[in-house]
Design a protein around this ligand. Structure first.
Ligand code: KG4
Ligand code: ZN
Length: 423
């Protein structure tokens, strides 16, 4: 049984180098994130080779900062956790290699964590911290012992074996729906739905790029959308009818590769490549491209571009038609995420919904999911804004049940860029 319950986690799957120290999956002692946004922004997206190089530069100072901020040393830890996939192979390898070296040199067990599982545990970590703040004393262990029927005692607002949660992981790389259930020191995940092509965050990023806005695009669209009319352009998502021949075949895109689509209900499948094309068509039809070019120049690349453009700077460059387009795009994407998430929750009779991943930081998404959940008498939970996007605290939280179960990584652990979660 663990002693201190302290886990140092490392996350380097994409463009953030992160390290955190979390105790028993319930108390964040430190969470340090070194963002590479400035490096990738000028290319309008993540450049894998640059990401690996930046991780190499940042990993040692970031881990040191996480230990220092938590006021602990390596000798205080019970384990090291690391993201083993999915993500960029070279980026993942930087974190894995360093975590392995630290674990080996300090005689600590190494725990491999799936990045998607980490996102789900970001919500659980936040919920536990809220509960503890309410109680004001100590904190209860992550997973409680089974009760007489073998089920786990419900942890307040947290999912239990009898009351599983339905999770939407919506980020730059994923748009996946899972049924999540804790059972005997482990969590099980059943894949319920996912995107067939682009992830929702990818659509935000591509549309923002098309409109001459910065990278990552989600926060820009989030900030500008309230200034436009969300009903101005009726973007529509049609019902997906997966062709039978796709079942069992390798999916076409990076986002889709992390899970097979066979046996999934088509009502819970997403597709975001169509709306991206619809926005492109709108831009061309209404001759908005020259405006996007001059906006990019004024905000990001031109000689007079501000060092750090603000929302006000961007607003000053946007005409009402562009703002309506931004608002309508966001409204449609959030509407589609809601429709399928709530339909799946209903069909699974799940009363708890967890929304997580970078896009879960979106304000319209939070407001509309919260209102709809209240209308349906369901519980909905989000991570804090800091825990929505990539971080290592969520990886440490997901590692805690594995530490309790003694489920450690093999010494030949390697990166798995297409690592799937659940079946
Ligand atoms: O979870 P994350 O940090 O990395 C991945 O695992 O992909 O998610 C990053 C994604 C990006 O696509 C970014 O544009 C999007 O999350 N994002 C947002 C917002 N903040 C970040 N999308 C919409 N609204 C936001 N406020
Ligand atoms: Zn992520």
């Amino acid at each position: 049984m663990p002693g201190s319950g302290l886990i140092l986690a490392i996350e380097s799957s994409c463009d953030e180098t992160a390290a955190a120290v979390v105790q028993r999956g319930a108390r964040t002692l430190s969470s340090v994130v070194a963002s590479q946004i400035a490096t990738h922004a000028r290319y309008g997206g993540v450049v894998p080779e640059l990401a690996s190089r930046e991780h190499l530069r940042a990993i040692v100072p970031v881990v040191r900062a996480a230990l220092a901020q938590a006021n602990v040393t390596l000798a205080d830890l019970d384990a090291i956790a690391v993201t083993s996939g999915p993500g960029l192979a070279g980026a993942l390898l930087v974190g894995i290699t360093y975590a392995k070296a630290l674990a080996f040199a300090n005689g600590l067990p190494l725990i491999a964590v799936n990045h998607l599982e980490g996102h789900i545990h970001a919500v659980l970590l936040h919920e536990r911290e809220e509960q503890e703040a309410l109680k004001g004393t100590g904190f209860s262990p992550y997973i409680q012992p089974p009760n007489e029927e073998g089920a786990l005692a419900p942890e307040g607002n947290l999912p239990s074996a009898n009351e599983p949660a339905h999770a939407l992981v919506v980020s730059g790389g994923h748009t996946h729906l899972y049924l999540c259930r804790p059972a005997h020191n482990a969590w099980s995940y059943s894949l319920v739905g996912r995107t067939l092509d682009d992830a929702a965050g990818e659509a935000f990023d591509k549309v923002a790029k098309l409109l001459g806005l910065g990278y990552p695009g989600g926060p820009w669209i989030d900030a500008l959308a309230p200034h436009g009319n969300p009903k101005a352009i009726p973007f529509a998502f049609s019902q997906i009818k997966p062709k039978l021949h796709l079942a069992g075949k390798p999916p076409r895109t990076k986002a889709a590769r992390t899970a097979p689509i066979a046996n999934l209900d088509p009502r819970f499948l997403f597709s975001f490549s169509g709306i991206k094309t619809a926005v492109l068509r709108y831009v061309e039809l209404h001759n908005l491209r020259p405006q996007a070019e001059s906006r990019r120049e004024a905000l990001f690349t031109g000689p007079d571009a501000p060092a750090r453009p603000t929302v006000e700077d961007a607003l000053a460059q946007c005409d009402p038609q562009t703002l309506d387009l931004i608002a309508s795009f966001q409204h449609a994407v959030v509407g589609d995420l809601m429709k399928k998430t709530f339909a799946a929750a209903e069909s699974l009779a799940a009363r708890r919904i967890l929304i997580t991943g970078g896009v879960a930081a979106n304000r319209e998404l939070r407001a509309r999911f919260t209102a709809e959940a209240a209308r349906r008498n369901l519980r909905v939970a989000f991570p804090t804004l800091a825990l929505s996007t990539d971080n290592a605290a969520m990886i440490a939280a997901a590692a805690w049940p594995r530490l309790q179960a003694g489920s450690f990584a093999p010494s030949d652990l390697s990166a798995d860029p297409s690592l799937a979660l659940g079946r």
